[in-house]
Design a protein around this ligand. Sequence first.
Ligand code: GLU
Length: 313
Amino acid sequence: MTVGRFAPSPSGRIHLGNIFCCLLAWLSARKKGGKIVLRIEDLDTARCPRRYAEQMIADLRWLGLDWDEGPEAGGKAGPYFQSRRTALYQAALEKLEARNLVYPCFCTRAELHAASAPHREDGRTVYAGACRELTAAEQAERAKRRPPALRLRVDDKDYCFTDGHMGGYGENLERDCGDFLLRRSDGVFAYQLAVVVDDAAMGVTEVVRGADLLSSTPRQLYLYRLLGLTPPEFIHLPLLLAPDGRRLSKRDADAGLDRLQGRVTAEELLGKLAWLAGFHPSGKPSPAAGLLEEFSWEKVPREDICLPEKLFE
Ligand code: GLU
Protein backbone atom coordinates (compact mmCIF):
# COMPACT_ATOMS: atom_id res chain seq x y z
CA MET A 1 0.00 0.00 0.00
CA THR A 2 1.28 3.45 -0.93
CA VAL A 3 1.85 5.74 2.03
CA GLY A 4 2.43 9.37 1.14
CA ARG A 5 2.92 12.24 3.51
CA PHE A 6 2.68 15.97 4.12
CA ALA A 7 5.65 17.24 6.12
CA PRO A 8 5.21 20.99 6.48
CA SER A 9 7.42 23.16 8.65
CA PRO A 10 5.10 25.60 10.41
CA SER A 11 7.42 28.60 10.49
CA GLY A 12 4.67 30.85 9.18
CA ARG A 13 1.32 30.67 7.46
CA ILE A 14 1.03 28.05 4.74
CA HIS A 15 1.75 29.52 1.27
CA LEU A 16 1.05 28.51 -2.30
CA GLY A 17 4.30 26.55 -2.57
CA ASN A 18 3.38 24.37 0.43
CA ILE A 19 -0.18 23.94 -0.79
CA PHE A 20 1.05 22.96 -4.26
CA CYS A 21 3.29 20.32 -2.70
CA CYS A 22 0.55 18.96 -0.40
CA LEU A 23 -1.94 18.82 -3.28
CA LEU A 24 0.43 16.80 -5.48
CA ALA A 25 1.44 14.51 -2.59
CA TRP A 26 -2.25 13.93 -1.86
CA LEU A 27 -3.17 13.24 -5.50
CA SER A 28 -0.16 10.99 -6.07
CA ALA A 29 -0.93 8.76 -3.08
CA ARG A 30 -4.73 8.82 -3.39
CA LYS A 31 -4.61 7.98 -7.09
CA LYS A 32 -2.93 4.70 -6.10
CA GLY A 33 -5.49 4.12 -3.36
CA GLY A 34 -2.85 4.99 -0.78
CA LYS A 35 -2.99 6.83 2.49
CA ILE A 36 -1.49 10.05 3.79
CA VAL A 37 0.42 10.80 6.95
CA LEU A 38 0.65 14.36 8.27
CA ARG A 39 3.82 15.10 10.19
CA ILE A 40 4.54 18.55 11.57
CA GLU A 41 8.24 19.37 11.10
CA ASP A 42 8.68 21.71 14.04
CA LEU A 43 12.17 20.62 15.13
CA ASP A 44 13.17 24.21 15.58
CA THR A 45 10.57 25.13 18.16
CA ALA A 46 11.79 28.73 18.35
CA ARG A 47 10.90 29.21 14.68
CA CYS A 48 7.84 26.96 14.71
CA PRO A 49 5.61 27.88 17.63
CA ARG A 50 2.65 25.64 18.33
CA ARG A 51 0.08 28.18 17.13
CA TYR A 52 1.54 28.06 13.61
CA ALA A 53 1.17 24.28 13.57
CA GLU A 54 -2.44 24.61 14.68
CA GLN A 55 -3.07 27.16 11.95
CA MET A 56 -1.46 24.85 9.39
CA ILE A 57 -3.70 21.97 10.42
CA ALA A 58 -6.76 24.22 10.14
CA ASP A 59 -5.58 25.42 6.71
CA LEU A 60 -5.17 21.86 5.41
CA ARG A 61 -8.67 21.07 6.66
CA TRP A 62 -10.01 24.18 4.91
CA LEU A 63 -8.31 23.06 1.70
CA GLY A 64 -9.94 19.65 2.02
CA LEU A 65 -6.60 17.82 1.85
CA ASP A 66 -7.22 15.06 4.37
CA TRP A 67 -4.86 12.65 6.10
CA ASP A 68 -5.28 9.25 7.69
CA GLU A 69 -2.57 9.41 10.33
CA GLY A 70 -1.26 12.44 12.14
CA PRO A 71 -2.46 15.21 14.44
CA GLU A 72 -6.17 14.81 15.23
CA ALA A 73 -6.30 11.55 13.22
CA GLY A 74 -4.01 9.53 15.51
CA GLY A 75 -2.07 6.46 14.40
CA LYS A 76 0.46 3.91 15.64
CA ALA A 77 3.58 5.83 14.68
CA GLY A 78 2.91 9.01 16.65
CA PRO A 79 3.59 11.50 18.04
CA TYR A 80 3.33 13.36 14.75
CA PHE A 81 5.14 16.50 15.88
CA GLN A 82 8.90 16.27 15.39
CA SER A 83 9.43 18.40 18.49
CA ARG A 84 8.11 15.41 20.48
CA ARG A 85 10.20 12.73 18.78
CA THR A 86 13.70 13.66 19.96
CA ALA A 87 14.20 10.31 21.76
CA LEU A 88 13.99 8.56 18.38
CA TYR A 89 16.53 10.92 16.81
CA GLN A 90 18.80 10.43 19.82
CA ALA A 91 18.61 6.64 19.40
CA ALA A 92 19.54 6.91 15.71
CA LEU A 93 22.40 9.26 16.59
CA GLU A 94 23.72 6.73 19.12
CA LYS A 95 23.72 4.01 16.46
CA LEU A 96 25.86 6.20 14.25
CA GLU A 97 28.10 7.15 17.17
CA ALA A 98 28.64 3.48 17.96
CA ARG A 99 30.11 3.11 14.49
CA ASN A 100 32.49 6.02 15.06
CA LEU A 101 30.88 8.07 12.36
CA VAL A 102 29.98 11.13 14.43
CA TYR A 103 32.28 13.87 15.71
CA PRO A 104 31.83 17.21 17.45
CA CYS A 105 32.29 20.32 15.32
CA PHE A 106 33.20 23.61 16.96
CA CYS A 107 33.31 25.75 13.83
CA THR A 108 31.47 29.05 14.03
CA ARG A 109 29.46 30.29 11.11
CA ALA A 110 32.24 32.76 10.25
CA GLU A 111 34.86 30.00 10.36
CA LEU A 112 32.78 27.79 8.13
CA HIS A 113 32.45 30.60 5.67
CA ALA A 114 36.13 31.51 5.73
CA ALA A 115 37.36 27.92 5.36
CA SER A 116 38.64 27.32 1.87
CA ALA A 117 35.87 24.86 1.14
CA PRO A 118 34.81 24.86 -2.48
CA HIS A 119 31.58 26.73 -3.07
CA ARG A 120 29.27 24.92 -5.42
CA GLU A 121 27.30 26.58 -8.18
CA ASP A 122 24.09 26.17 -6.21
CA GLY A 123 25.53 28.14 -3.29
CA ARG A 124 26.10 25.11 -1.07
CA THR A 125 29.49 24.81 0.54
CA VAL A 126 31.41 21.63 1.10
CA TYR A 127 32.53 21.24 4.71
CA ALA A 128 36.32 21.31 4.64
CA GLY A 129 36.68 19.01 7.64
CA ALA A 130 38.35 21.41 10.11
CA CYS A 131 37.10 19.43 13.13
CA ARG A 132 37.30 15.98 11.58
CA GLU A 133 40.61 14.92 13.05
CA LEU A 134 40.71 16.78 16.38
CA THR A 135 42.24 14.75 19.19
CA ALA A 136 40.21 14.01 22.32
CA ALA A 137 42.28 16.61 24.19
CA GLU A 138 41.60 19.27 21.54
CA GLN A 139 37.90 18.44 21.63
CA ALA A 140 37.80 18.78 25.41
CA GLU A 141 39.63 22.11 25.26
CA ARG A 142 37.24 23.56 22.69
CA ALA A 143 34.17 22.22 24.44
CA LYS A 144 35.00 24.53 27.36
CA ARG A 145 34.36 27.51 25.11
CA ARG A 146 31.49 26.43 22.95
CA PRO A 147 29.00 23.58 22.82
CA PRO A 148 29.67 21.60 19.65
CA ALA A 149 27.42 20.66 16.79
CA LEU A 150 27.60 17.02 15.66
CA ARG A 151 28.64 15.97 12.19
CA LEU A 152 28.42 12.70 10.32
CA ARG A 153 31.43 11.44 8.39
CA VAL A 154 30.63 10.79 4.76
CA ASP A 155 32.44 8.47 2.41
CA ASP A 156 33.87 8.82 -1.06
CA LYS A 157 30.93 7.12 -2.75
CA ASP A 158 28.19 8.10 -5.15
CA TYR A 159 24.65 8.06 -3.82
CA CYS A 160 22.36 7.90 -6.84
CA PHE A 161 18.69 7.30 -7.32
CA THR A 162 16.01 7.61 -9.95
CA ASP A 163 13.56 10.29 -8.99
CA GLY A 164 9.97 9.49 -9.88
CA HIS A 165 9.62 12.80 -11.69
CA MET A 166 13.04 14.37 -12.25
CA GLY A 167 14.94 11.28 -13.41
CA GLY A 168 18.43 10.28 -12.31
CA TYR A 169 20.26 12.28 -9.63
CA GLY A 170 23.32 11.50 -7.59
CA GLU A 171 26.13 13.03 -5.59
CA ASN A 172 29.47 11.91 -4.35
CA LEU A 173 29.07 12.90 -0.73
CA GLU A 174 32.73 13.55 -0.05
CA ARG A 175 33.20 15.74 -3.11
CA ASP A 176 29.78 17.42 -3.32
CA CYS A 177 28.71 17.73 0.28
CA GLY A 178 31.26 16.91 2.95
CA ASP A 179 30.51 15.76 6.50
CA PHE A 180 27.07 17.09 7.34
CA LEU A 181 25.24 18.12 10.50
CA LEU A 182 23.18 15.72 12.57
CA ARG A 183 22.62 18.07 15.47
CA ARG A 184 23.17 21.80 15.83
CA SER A 185 25.21 23.31 18.64
CA ASP A 186 21.97 24.37 20.39
CA GLY A 187 20.90 20.72 20.53
CA VAL A 188 18.29 20.86 17.74
CA PHE A 189 18.46 17.73 15.57
CA ALA A 190 19.05 18.29 11.87
CA TYR A 191 16.31 17.89 9.31
CA GLN A 192 18.32 15.23 7.41
CA LEU A 193 18.39 12.86 10.35
CA ALA A 194 14.84 13.51 11.56
CA VAL A 195 13.24 13.10 8.14
CA VAL A 196 14.87 9.71 7.58
CA VAL A 197 14.01 8.38 11.04
CA ASP A 198 10.42 9.58 10.71
CA ASP A 199 9.65 8.56 7.15
CA ALA A 200 10.93 5.07 7.97
CA ALA A 201 9.09 4.85 11.32
CA MET A 202 5.85 6.06 9.76
CA GLY A 203 6.02 3.54 6.93
CA VAL A 204 6.17 6.21 4.23
CA THR A 205 6.70 4.65 0.80
CA GLU A 206 6.44 7.79 -1.34
CA VAL A 207 7.99 11.17 -0.61
CA VAL A 208 6.62 14.01 -2.74
CA ARG A 209 8.35 17.33 -2.12
CA GLY A 210 9.86 20.40 -3.76
CA ALA A 211 12.86 20.16 -6.06
CA ASP A 212 14.84 22.29 -3.60
CA LEU A 213 15.24 19.05 -1.61
CA LEU A 214 16.52 16.96 -4.51
CA SER A 215 20.09 17.61 -3.39
CA SER A 216 19.27 16.49 0.17
CA THR A 217 18.28 13.06 -1.05
CA PRO A 218 21.79 11.57 -1.44
CA ARG A 219 22.51 12.47 2.21
CA GLN A 220 19.25 10.85 3.22
CA LEU A 221 20.04 7.72 1.20
CA TYR A 222 23.37 7.49 3.03
CA LEU A 223 21.51 7.69 6.36
CA TYR A 224 18.99 5.05 5.27
CA ARG A 225 21.88 2.76 4.48
CA LEU A 226 23.76 3.39 7.72
CA LEU A 227 20.63 2.90 9.82
CA GLY A 228 19.60 -0.24 7.95
CA LEU A 229 16.30 1.29 6.78
CA THR A 230 14.53 1.00 3.45
CA PRO A 231 14.24 4.28 1.53
CA PRO A 232 10.91 5.36 0.03
CA GLU A 233 10.41 6.37 -3.57
CA PHE A 234 11.28 10.05 -4.08
CA ILE A 235 9.26 12.30 -6.35
CA HIS A 236 10.45 15.91 -6.57
CA LEU A 237 8.19 18.54 -8.04
CA PRO A 238 9.03 21.87 -9.64
CA LEU A 239 9.04 24.91 -7.39
CA LEU A 240 6.49 27.67 -7.69
CA LEU A 241 8.29 30.97 -8.22
CA ALA A 242 7.10 34.55 -7.83
CA PRO A 243 6.13 36.26 -11.13
CA ASP A 244 9.63 37.76 -11.40
CA GLY A 245 11.30 34.38 -11.00
CA ARG A 246 12.41 34.77 -7.36
CA ARG A 247 11.80 32.11 -4.75
CA LEU A 248 8.31 32.52 -3.38
CA SER A 249 8.26 34.31 -0.07
CA LYS A 250 5.60 35.23 2.40
CA ARG A 251 5.80 38.82 1.15
CA ASP A 252 4.39 37.91 -2.25
CA ALA A 253 0.84 39.18 -2.43
CA ASP A 254 -0.82 36.04 -3.69
CA ALA A 255 1.41 33.60 -1.91
CA GLY A 256 0.14 33.52 1.66
CA LEU A 257 -3.15 31.93 2.53
CA ASP A 258 -3.84 34.80 4.92
CA ARG A 259 -4.32 37.10 1.92
CA LEU A 260 -6.17 34.56 -0.19
CA GLN A 261 -8.66 33.15 2.28
CA GLY A 262 -11.82 35.21 2.15
CA ARG A 263 -11.04 36.25 -1.41
CA VAL A 264 -11.09 32.80 -3.00
CA THR A 265 -12.56 29.44 -2.11
CA ALA A 266 -10.49 26.31 -1.49
CA GLU A 267 -11.87 24.83 -4.73
CA GLU A 268 -10.80 27.90 -6.72
CA LEU A 269 -7.33 27.67 -5.23
CA LEU A 270 -6.91 23.95 -5.93
CA GLY A 271 -8.26 24.35 -9.47
CA LYS A 272 -5.69 27.07 -10.21
CA LEU A 273 -2.81 25.08 -8.70
CA ALA A 274 -3.79 22.03 -10.75
CA TRP A 275 -3.85 24.26 -13.83
CA LEU A 276 -0.34 25.54 -13.01
CA ALA A 277 0.75 21.91 -12.57
CA GLY A 278 -0.35 21.24 -16.13
CA PHE A 279 -3.02 18.59 -15.66
CA HIS A 280 -6.21 20.65 -15.32
CA PRO A 281 -6.43 22.75 -18.49
CA SER A 282 -9.71 24.48 -17.63
CA GLY A 283 -8.39 25.77 -14.29
CA LYS A 284 -11.96 25.50 -13.02
CA PRO A 285 -12.62 25.30 -9.29
CA SER A 286 -12.51 21.75 -8.00
CA PRO A 287 -12.20 19.89 -4.73
CA ALA A 288 -9.06 17.73 -4.48
CA ALA A 289 -10.95 14.51 -5.20
CA GLY A 290 -12.34 16.03 -8.40
CA LEU A 291 -8.79 16.31 -9.76
CA LEU A 292 -7.84 12.66 -9.30
CA GLU A 293 -8.89 11.53 -12.73
CA GLU A 294 -6.97 14.21 -14.64
CA PHE A 295 -3.87 14.04 -12.46
CA SER A 296 -0.79 12.40 -13.91
CA TRP A 297 2.88 13.08 -13.17
CA GLU A 298 3.60 13.00 -16.89
CA LYS A 299 1.70 16.25 -17.38
CA VAL A 300 3.54 18.08 -14.60
CA PRO A 301 6.50 20.14 -15.89
CA ARG A 302 10.02 19.52 -14.63
CA GLU A 303 11.09 23.17 -14.75
CA ASP A 304 10.13 25.62 -12.01
CA ILE A 305 6.80 27.36 -12.56
CA CYS A 306 6.42 31.15 -12.41
CA LEU A 307 3.15 32.36 -10.95
CA PRO A 308 1.28 34.74 -13.23
CA GLU A 309 1.00 38.35 -12.02
CA LYS A 310 -2.63 37.77 -11.21
CA LEU A 311 -3.62 34.24 -10.35
CA PHE A 312 -7.15 35.34 -9.47
CA GLU A 313 -9.13 38.17 -11.00
N1 GLU B 1 9.62 20.24 6.22
C1 GLU B 1 10.12 20.48 4.92
C2 GLU B 1 9.54 21.76 4.36
O1 GLU B 1 8.48 22.19 4.79
C3 GLU B 1 9.81 19.36 3.95
C4 GLU B 1 10.71 18.21 4.17
C5 GLU B 1 10.46 17.03 3.25
O2 GLU B 1 9.44 17.01 2.54
O3 GLU B 1 11.29 16.14 3.25
O4 GLU B 1 10.12 22.33 3.47
